[in-house]
Design a binder for this molecule. Structure first.
Ligand code: NA7
Length: 531
């Protein structure tokens, strides 16, 4: 049994949200501790070490803006940074601002209980126990892996991997027969790299995904220097852009269904060649108009048919559902990889993975033999990590019970019945629909301002009201309902996890959200009860 440590704030997670929370709160004089289950900082980029792991927001934007010197001194090497480089960046930030000394590593939160008599949280871990006035959950949106309960998994005698829990060592698949289960972003990134090593690579696809070339390349030093000269303008422009990400293609209000063929094809070709998320913003109505959406989807299917040699493989790889309804993928030679003789695609849309065996797996009525199984089956997104902490608020109310009909937050920051708990990029905030680091900075600065304001007024508790949370959840859903997002089985809806309540979790549109948060603070934390 470890000791009980008293402090002002416990921050859970040492990814980008946790690191910035520690930095800002310590700067304001709070006694703050970080708890991290890994052995180092980096969060998402600490765990997702699978071959090919790469950010799909461009490096010059996927970085902190809070410190001018930091953003000037750090040199990115590629248009889209790979996992090792982003992890080095997180480690650099931690070293530069001496944050590691605040963090207890290898420390997993097992329970967090709110004590109404003292208005404090008791946070129990596998090591020490912490008592703090405030609990900041910077636990990430994609941090609890989803490994479906495949029958027979324990019997497999080869190696088993999950992309989101990749071992902290080099894994060499040279000469091995490798299976990949899943074709989401992680698989789309990993498959081309795994194919370079494996002697046979077999991909088990339940649902095909749309993917657009990232066109990753070494970052041009001139572009990097020019960006750094005008970094403030870039960051400011991002904050007023709906997705928080700036593309070389300015936003437009054009409709895909109204474009004539030549204009449409030229525009799509240009964006396909340039690569990146700018493709998905070619026309403003991609996410709201089914006819426009289908026209863009058909364009991508045409590209797949051109790239993939075998017509049957091309047909299976071509999605038929709404494009950009699930998280869009960016790739480096994903579709091309299926032209290699040793790469195979198995359609499991009908029966799924039937069983894992001692030597491989059964699917599509066949037996397959493998040396290694790679599960790229995603995450219990947005709520998984929060619920795993066994948080209990007022009157013994657990977060699991409070969210049994889906997550219920106010602004994605506060939860009724859970005073003094803050969720960084929690459900109900724009989070995964934006540049995560920008969203993190906005949240953490809001939390910092809130704690400073409370200290100034000698207040000890803050709690979202049920009314504010209810109307916020309605607001998030009513915005989503104006789009095509709710029409597919995405992890945004929790639809990837059997039994999870289907509710659209992230809020669409960053600028009005940031403005709302500002107004709430200016109106003395309207919608929260202060005590
Ligand atoms: P995703 O996008 O959730 O993809 C998971 C994939 O695994 C997807 O193709 C799923 O098929 C498949 N899957 C999930 N469960 C099963 C079972 N039981 N059997 C077969 N196949 C299954 O996770 P990623 O890690 O790729 O990406 C997550 C985010 O990380 C990404 O969006 C970026 O933001 C970064 P399905 O489509 O459900 O039929």
């Amino acid at each position: 049994m470890g000791s009980i440590e008293e402090c002002d704030v416990v921050v859970v997670g040492a990814g980008f949200g946790g690191l910035y929370s520690l930095y800002l709160l310590r700067q304001e004089g709070f006694d703050v501790r970080g708890l991290e289950r890994g052995t180092g900082v980096g969060g998402t980029w600490y765990w997702n070490r699978y071959p090919g792991a790469r950010c799909d927001v461009e490096s010059l934007q996927y970085s902190y803006s809070f410190d001018p010197e930091l953003q000037q001194e750090w040199e990115w090497t590629e248009r889209y940074a790979g996992q090792p480089e982003i992890l080095r960046y997180a480690e650099h930030v931690s070293d530069r601002f001496d944050l590691e000394s605040l963090i207890a590593f290898k420390t997993n939160v097992e329970a967090a209980d709110y004590d109404e008599s003292t208005s404090t949280w008791t946070v129990s871990t596998n090591r020490d126990t912490y008592r703090a006035r405030f609990l900041v959950a910077a636990t990430g949106c994609l941090s609890t892996t989803n490994l479906p309960e495949f029958e027979g998994l324990a019997n497999f005698e080869g190696d088993v991997y999950h992309t989101g829990r990749w071992p902290h060592k080099t894994v060499d698949f040279t000469g091995q027969r490798v299976a990949v289960v899943g074709t989401g972003s992680s698989a789309v990134q990993a498959i081309p790299v795994l194919a370079e090593q494996a002697s046979e690579l077999t991909v088990f696809q339940r649902t095909p995904n749309y993917s657009v070339p990232a066109r990753n390349e070494p970052l041009d030093p001139v572009v990097q220097a020019e960006t750094k000269e005008s970094y403030d303008e870039l960051r400011q422009a991002a904050r007023v852009e709906r997705s928080g990400i700036i593309s070389i293609f300015p936003p437009n209000e054009d409709s895909a269904k109204q474009a004539d063929n030549t204009e449409f094809n030229n525009r799509m070709d240009e964006r396909w060649e340039h690569g990146g998320f700018g493709f998905y913003r070619a026309y403003a109505d991609i996410g709201i108009d089914p006819t426009s959406n289908e026209r863009i989807a058909e364009y991508v299917r045409g590209q797949i048919t051109q790239v993939v040699d075998d017509p049957e493989t091309a047909r299976l790889l071509a999605p038929t559902n709404t494009i950009a309804c699930k998280r869009p993928c960016l790739d480096t030679h994903y579709y091309e990889t299926f032209n290699s003789q040793h790469v195979h695609l198995v359609d499991i849309s009908e029966g799924g993975i039937e069983e894992i065996t001692r030597t491989g797996l059964k699917a599509a009525g066949q037996d397959f033999e493998f040396d290694a199984l790679v599960f790229a089956t995603g995450f219990d997104a947005m709520t998984g990590a929060l619920l795993n902490m066994n948080i209990t608020g007022k009157d013994g109310c657990t977060l699991g019970d409070a969210w049994s009909a889906g997550p219920r937050t106010y602004l994605g920051l506060g939860v009724p019945e859970f005073p003094n708990l803050f969720t960084v990029t929690g459900p109900g905030s724009p989070s995964v629909l934006t540049n995560m680091i920008m969203a993190i900075e906005q949240h953490v600065e809001w939390i910092r301002d809130c704690l400073v304001a409370m200290r100034r007024q000698d207040l000890t508790t803050i709690e979202a009201t049920a009314t504010a949370a209810d109307s916020w959840v309605d607001h998030v859903n009513s915005i989503a309902d104006q789009t095509l997002y709710p029409t597919c089985n995405s992890w945004y809806l929790g639809a990837n996890i059997p039994g999870k309540t289907r509710v659209f979790m992230p809020l669409i549109g960053y600028p009005p959200y940031a403005e709302k948060c500002k107004q709430v603070a200016e109106n003395n934390y309207e919608g929260f009860r202060l005590g």
